[in-house]
Each structure stands twice: as structure tokens, then as C-alpha cells.
Ligand binder design. Structure first.
Ligand SMILES: Nc1ncnc2c1ncn2[C@@H]1O[C@H](COP(=O)(O)OP(=O)(O)OP(=O)(O)O)[C@@H](O)[C@H]1O
Ligand SMILES: [Mg+2]
Length: 245
């Protein structure tokens, strides 16, 4: 298909003798949200870090917008339009909200000014506008997650990688994060989403993969996977992932 943004084939990643990913095949199309779900230690973060140039790939290939990015550094990928919001967020704690946004914008300055990019972000995140002169480190966990997503969005990504965006958040902020993701899903942006909140992730995504010990054990339409008895039994018991399965 012509609108493939990301195409991953036979990807392997190891930590010394530990083979964390063992042959991952994955595609994300423009306008598509793809969820990766799986137990703790399945390899989800490893996949995100390998795709965004933070971990070396031992075998296989990743293509982003027709360029081989298998060994491309993170900042080059960000400049090209692939933005990663890491697990644990990664905002600049000792800088103000607005400084965080400006430094992020400078990674990929567009024809538009910072002013207009900032306005666009504040429309989506009014709370960040209210807190624009506060230090990022003084924001609540939920607000910091908003800021982390906003820092990626200010670069107008073509592909957004999100690693556990709702982790550790109160129900109110979790709901807010998923509301924002639902808005983003309906744009031309591609989204690769890792989430422990499997029920919400499958409700949001178009397609999904279940990752277990470094391989995909189930793949398909997210709604079909949500109704798959094995997936339901393993991951939807209480609306959250059951790490024993
Ligand atoms: N820096 C590292 N050195 C050695 N092994 C690692 C390292 N990071 C991760 N691993 C191992 O690789 C495997 C995959 O870990 P990864 O963090 O990708 O899992 P995950 O699916 O993101 O888990 P979680 O749900 O807990 O975030 C695990 O067995 C983990 O112990
Ligand atoms: Mg992880």
C-alpha cells in the first residue's frame, strides 16, 4: 500500500544473551493507530526504543517513509517526523512548560512560527496554557504526561510512538489521555501505542498485536482481538493486563 508510514520486518533485538525481540513484523499506515499489548517484560519498550534509534537492532529492518531507519539516531528521526514519547515521560523538569515546548519545537522547526505551533498545542491542552510559566517538575503526573505528548505534537509528527501514556495516572487523567488519543486517531498521523490498559487500547486502536516473550502471538483488528476468548482471558480480566498470563 502506498500510505505505509512504518514497515518493520523480522526485527531482532538482544541485551547480551537475552533475546528480547525475536522477529517482529509490523506496519503502520497513515491515519492508523496500532496498539501493542502484552505482559510485563514482553518486549514492548524494547520495540519502541529500537524503532526510535535508542537500542541497536541485531537483525531485520525498519523503514520509515521509504527510508531505512534501522540504524538512524533518534534526533534524525525526530527531524524526519517520527516522535517517541518514552515510558516515564522525559520532560525537562527544571524548565518551564513553555520552555519545554520551545526546545521541542526547535528539533523540527516548521514554516510556521513557534507562536502558531504553540497556540495549536494550547488549544488541545488548555491546562498547559494555564500552567505555561510553571516548572515542568512541579506539574502533576497527569499534566507531565500531557506535556510529554504536547512536546511530540508540536513537531507535527507523521508517526507518534507512545509508550504507556496512561501509566500511573489517576482515572481522571487516564480518561483525558485516551480522549486526546481518540482525537489524534482521527487525523492522518500514524500512532504506535504501547499500553497496559488493554481494554482502552483495543477500544482506541484500529489494529493490535499481542506481544509475548519477544514475538507476536496474536495480530488483527483491535475489535476482533478484544473479542478473542484467549485475549479476553489473558488480558481483559479486570480491564487491565494480568501479568501472570
Ligand atoms: N537494559 C536491559 N538489560 C538487560 N535486559 C533488559 C534491559 N531492558 C529490558 N531487558 C529485558 O528485556 C525484556 C523486555 O523488556 P521490556 O522493558 O522491553 O518489556 P516491556 O514489555 O516494556 O515491559 P513493561 O510492561 O514492564 O514495561 C525483559 O526480559 C527485560 O528484563
Ligand atoms: Mg515497558
Amino acid at each position: 500500500m502506498s500510505d505505509v508510514i512504518l514497515s518493520v520486518s523480522d526485527l531482532h533485538v538482544s541485551y547480551g544473551p537475552i533475546r528480547a525481540l525475536r522477529g517482529i513484523d509490523l506496519q503502520v499506515h497513515a491515519g492508523e493507530t496500532v496498539a501493542i499489548v502484552g505482559a510485563n517484560g514482553a518486549g514492548k519498550t524494547t520495540l519502541m526504543r529500537a524503532l526510535s534509534g535508542l537500542l541497536p537492532v541485531s537483525q531485520g529492518k525498519a523503514i520509515f517513509l521509504n527510508h531505512d531507519i534501522t540504524r538512524t539516531p533518534t534526533h534524525v528521526l525526530a527531524h524526519a517526523g517520527m516522535l517517541h514519547v518514552p515510558e516515564g515521560r522525559g520532560t525537562l523538569q527544571r524548565m518551564m512548560v513553555e520552555e519545554n515546548l520551545r526546545l521541542a519545537w526547535e528539533i523540527r522547526p516548521s514554516a510556521d512560527s513557534f507562536e502558531s505551533a504553540r497556540q495549536e498545542v494550547y488549544q488541545r491542552f488548555p491546562r498547559l496554557q494555564e500552567r505555561r510559566h510553571q516548572l515542568a517538575g512541579n506539574l502533576s503526573g497527569g499534566e507531565q504526561q500531557m506535556l510529554a505528548i504536547a512536546r511530540a505534537l508540536i513537531n507535527r509528527p507523521q508517526l507518534l510512538l507512545l509508550d504507556e501514556p496512561s501509566m500511573g495516572l489517576s482515572p481522571l487523567f487516564r480518561h483525558e489521555v485516551f480522549r486526546i488519543l481518540a482525537d489524534l486517531r482521527d487525523t492522518r498521523m500514524g500512532i504506535l501505542l504501547v499500553e497496559q490498559n488493554v481494554r482502552s487500547a483495543l477500544r482506541l486502536a484500529h489494529r493490535a498485536h499481542v506481544l509475548s516473550q519477544g514475538v507476536f502471538t496474536a495480530s488483527g483488528d483491535a475489535s476482533e482481538l478484544a473479542n478473542d476468548p484467549a485475549v479476553a482471558a489473558g488480558y481483559l480480566g479486570h480491564g487491565k493486563l494480568n501479568p501472570t498470563l
